[in-house]
Design a protein around this ligand. Structure first.
Ligand code: PRT
Ligand code: ZN
Length: 223
């Protein structure tokens, strides 16, 4: 791959993390000129550019070296790591960013009640996060069938495609609207800065170090 002398950060093009991520980078002193197709933003001043993509693509772009850093939900980063042959290698969570807070939770039909993980034994659970759910099920000794759904997970129990779900929750209103109750938290999530475990050993590494120091300053002031 051709080497780059500018740092490239991937972030969500349009979604929950877009505005707070833009705000955070601005507070780190970064300014960008948006290109006409709005996928690539050229950094003015600092040698740092932005790539605006779907959040699900961010870990892969970093792993492949297309981008150096990314702002993405811990849920998406961890799910990607678990899909890799060596989950402990490759990508790392460099900083937690304090926005986009939510949790990945297992929820069951309201009328079922919940008296512990054993209740899920032999059941079908719908999720877009098979890696994270699988890890939770193993660690709790539960043998359940994981049904992968890319979206609209919350309607699976009513459709009869699953007995329970494992999905992101923030206010809980979506669960209530679908007559579901939160039963167990699989992971607590928020936006994180993701990067390869070892930063590039060239100028990009130095720019990344500088950015991390600024980020720590901004996070400290905010906390
Ligand atoms: O297009 P692209 O693929 O980039 O966007 P997306 O639709 O996959 O992502 P988006 O913008 O919905 O979420 C991006 C990230 O925000 C997620 O990966 C999480 O890290 C984080 N986040 C924080 C959430 C929520 N809160 C959240 N509430 N992601 C999704 N939700 C969903 C939740 O699953 C429920 O269906 O929003 C709905 C409302 O939640 P309640 O509990 O408030 O009703
Ligand atoms: Zn997505």
């Amino acid at each position: 791959m051709k080497s780059r002398d500018r740092l490239r950060i991937a972030m969500q093009k349009s979604g929950r993390l877009t505005e707070p991520a833009q705000e955070l980078l601005a507070r780190c002193g970064l300014k960008f000129r948006q290109s006409r197709d709005k996928l690539f933003c050229f950094g003015e001043g600092e040698p740092v550019d932005l790539l605006l993509v779907r959040d699900d693509d961010i870990p892969g772009l970093i792993a492949e070296g297309v981008c150096d850093l990314g702002i993405v939900g811990r849920n998406v980063l961890r799910e990607f790591q678990l899909s890799q042959p060596e989950p402990g290698e490759g990508l790392a969570e460099l900083r937690s960013l304090g926005f986009g807070r939510c949790r990945l939770s297992i929820a069951v039909p309201h009328e079922d009640g919940y008296d512990g993980p054993a209740q899920l034994d032999g059941r079908a659970i719908a999720t877009s996060y098979p890696g994270l759910l699988g890890e939770w099920l193993r660690s709790h000794g539960v043998a359940a069938r994981v049904v992968y759904l890319a979206g609209s997970v919350e309607i699976a129990p009513r459709l009869g495609t699953a007995d329970a779900i494992c999905d992101l929750v923030s206010s809980g209103a979506t669960l209530v609207a679908n007559q579901l109750r939160e039963a167990a938290v699989v992971i607590e999530s928020e936006a994180v800065l993701a990067g390869r475990r070892d930063l590039p050993a060239d100028e990009r590494g130095e720019i990344a170090e500088l950015l991390l120091r600024r980020l720590d300053g901004v996070i400290q002031v905010r906390d």
